[in-house]
Design a binder for this molecule. Structure first.
Ligand SMILES: CC(C)(COP(=O)(O)OP(=O)(O)OC[C@H]1O[C@@H](n2cnc3c(N)ncnc32)[C@H](O)[C@@H]1OP(=O)(O)O)[C@@H](O)C(=O)NCCC(=O)NCCS
Length: 426
C-alpha cells in the first residue's frame, strides 16, 4: 500500500475550473432509464459479462421509454475493465441486442470513473445536434470478472518470470502519481481536515440513507430485476444470460446493510489513514442505461420523461487528489450557466471514498440535506463505468419525486479528473 504523497496545502480548486471543458445541450430529454441491481464482488451477477449486463439494462430502459428501438440512432456505451473475451464488441453488441437496427452506429467510451457521464453527454450532444432522434447511453462494469492478466506472455517468458497480475487491484493504482485510489482519498482527508470519525460518520449516513431508500422502494424504481434470459435479434447468434444455480432473480443491491458507526470504527485502515473497507465504495457488478431523445420524440413515447440533460463539464485536477474532480467541474458548470449554489436543489456525487465525498461536499459548501440524499456508492457500490449513468438516473428520479427543479450529478476519476452534469426537471 502506498503512503500518501506530500500535497502540503489545499490548492485553490476554483483555479482548476478555468481549464474545464463545458458544453450545453439544447435538446436532450431523458425519456427513461433503468439499471441492474448492484451486487457484491463474486456475487450473483459475477458470471455475467459486461455486455450482457449492458444489454439487460438497455432493453429495460428502452421498454420503459415506450419508443420503438428502431428509432435509436446510435448506442454510446461505457466500460472500463474489459471482462469478457468478446469485450471489444461490447458497445455494438449492446445496441444490436437491445434492438437498434444494424444500419446505426455504436461506439464505446472510457473516462475512468466518469465514463457513464461521458456516455450520457455524448448522447445529449448527438440529439441536440440533430444527428439522431434518440440515443442509448449505457454504462456497464463487471469488476468480478476483471482478468488476472499478463501483457508479455505472447513472446514467452524466462524461468520464474511469468507476469500475471490482478488487473482489478492494478487498475485502482495510478502509476502516473504512484498513488492508489485510496491513497488519493487519504491526501484529501489531510487537506480538508476530514478525520477518521468524520469519514465513518459520513459512511454511516450513506448506509442509513440507502437502507431507507431501499426499504421505501426508491431503488426499486431504478432497478430492472435480472432473470435468466436469451437475448436474440435478426441475424444475431443468441446470447444467454445465466444466473447461479438456485437463483431465480436478482432484484436488490446486495451491499446495503445496517451499518452503525460503532461497527465502522472497528475496521482497520487499508491505506494507512482514515479509509477502511467499510467507508470506501464497495466493489460491485452492474450496469445502467438511459434513453436520451429530443423533446419532440420523448412526447411521442407516451410516458412522462425523467428530466433534461442541460450541460456537462469535465475538469482536470492533480492525480494525487483526483477525488476532488467534481468540484471544479461543478463550479465551471454553474459559472457557465450563471447559477449559484442555492440554485442547485440536489447533488448526486459518486462516493469513491468517504473522505473524498466529504471533501467535495465541504469544498462546494453543500449542506448534507442536499447531498446524496439516498446514500451513495459506499452503501451500494461503484461499478466504475455504470456509475455516471446511475447517478444521472437517480438524480432525475429524485428531482421528480420531490418536485424539484435542478440538480448536479458528478464523479471523480482516477488520474485526476472530474465530471459534472446538470439535470433539470422535464
Ligand atoms: C477499500 C477496499 C480495498 C477494501 O477492500 P476489502 O478489504 O476487500 O473490503 P471488504 O469488503 O472485505 O471489507 C473489509 C472488512 O470490512 C468489513 N466491512 C465492510 N463493509 C462493512 C459494513 N458495512 N459493515 C460491517 N463491516 C463491513 C468486511 O466485513 C471486512 O471485514 P473482515 O476483514 O473482518 O472480513 C476496497 O473496498 C476498495 O478499494 N474500494 C474502493 C474501490 C475503488 O478504488 N474504486 C474506484 C474509485 S476511484
Amino acid at each position: 500500500m502506498n503512503a500518501p504523497v506530500a500535497v502540503t496545502e489545499t490548492p485553490d480548486w476554483t483555479r482548476y475550473a478555468e481549464g474545464a471543458m463545458v458544453e450545453t445541450f439544447a435538446d436532450a430529454v431523458l425519456a427513461s432509464g433503468a439499471r441492474t441491481p448492484f451486487t457484491d464482488l463474486n456475487g450473483a451477477l459475477a458470471g455475467i459479462s459486461p455486455t450482457d449486463l449492458g444489454i439487460h439494462a438497455a432493453r429495460a430502459a428502452l421498454s420503459r421509454s415506450g419508443l420503438d428501438p428502431r428509432r435509436i440512432g446510435t448506442t454510446i456505451a461505457g466500460n472500463c475493465i474489459q471482462a469478457s473475451f468478446d469485450s471489444l464488441f461490447f458497445a455494438r453488441h449492446i445496441g444490436l441486442y437491445a434492438g437498434m437496427p444494424d444500419d446505426r452506429p455504436a461506439h464505446g467510451v472510457q473516462r475512468l470513473c466518469t465514463t457513464g457521464f461521458e456516455a450520457v453527454a455524448q448522447a445529449a450532444r448527438a440529439t441536440s445536434a440533430g444527428q439522431v432522434e434518440a440515443a442509448l447511453a449505457v454504462g456497464t462494469e463487471s469488476m468480478s470478472r476483471a482478468p488476472v492478466a499478463s501483457f508479455t506472455s505472447r513472446g514467452g517468458f524466462g524461468l520464474g518470470q511469468v507476469e500475471f497480475k490482478d488487473f482489478l487491484w492494478e487498475a485502482l493504482f495510478d502509476t502516473g502519481c504512484a498513488t492508489a485510489m485510496g491513497g488519493t482519498a487519504e491526501n484529501l482527508a489531510r487537506l480538508h481536515g476530514v478525520s477518521r470519525a468524520e469519514t465513518d460518520a459520513y459512511a454511516a449516513a450513506s448506509f442509513a440513507r440507502a437502507l431507507d431508500a431501499q426499504a421505501a422502494g426508491r431503488f426499486g424504481e431504478e432497478i430492472a430485476p435480472v432473470t435468466e434470459a436469451v437475448f436474440e435479434g435478426p441475424g444475431l447468434k443468441p446470447r444467454r444470460l445465466k444466473l447461479p444455480r438456485k437463483v431465480d432473480a436478482v432484484s436488490q443491491d446486495t451491499h446495503i446493510r445496517p451499518t452503525p458507526i460503532e461497527v465502522l470504527a472497528k475496521l482497520a485502515p487499508v491505506f494507512g489513514g482514515v479509509q477502511t473497507g467499510g467507508n470506501s465504495s464497495a466493489i460491485v457488478d452492474g450496469a445502467a442505461a438511459l434513453v436520451v431523445t429530443t423533446a419532440r420524440v420523448a412526447a411521442e413515447g407516451g410516458t412522462a420523461p425523467l428530466g433534461r440533460v442541460v450541460a456537462a463539464a469535465a475538469a482536470g485536477v492533480p492525480g494525487e487528489v483526483m477525488g476532488i474532480g467534481p468540484v471544479p467541474a461543478a463550479l465551471a458548470l454553474m459559472r457557465k450557466l450563471g447559477l449559484r449554489l442555492e440554485d442547485i436543489d440536489l447533488f448526486e456525487i459518486n462516493e469513491a471514498f468517504g473522505a473524498q465525498a466529504e471533501s467535495v461536499r465541504r469544498a462546494l459548501g453543500v449542506p448534507h440535506e442536499r447531498f446524496n440524499v439516498n446514500g451513495g456508492a459506499i452503501a451500494f457500490g461503484h461499478p466504475l463505468a455504470a456509475t455516471g449513468v446511475r447517478c444521472i438516473l437517480s438524480l432525475a428520479m429524485e428531482l421528480r419525486r420531490r418536485g424539484l427543479k435542478r440538480g448536479i450529478a458528478g464523479a471523480c476519476a482516477g488520474g485526476g479528473q472530474g465530471m459534472a452534469v446538470l439535470v433539470e426537471a422535464a
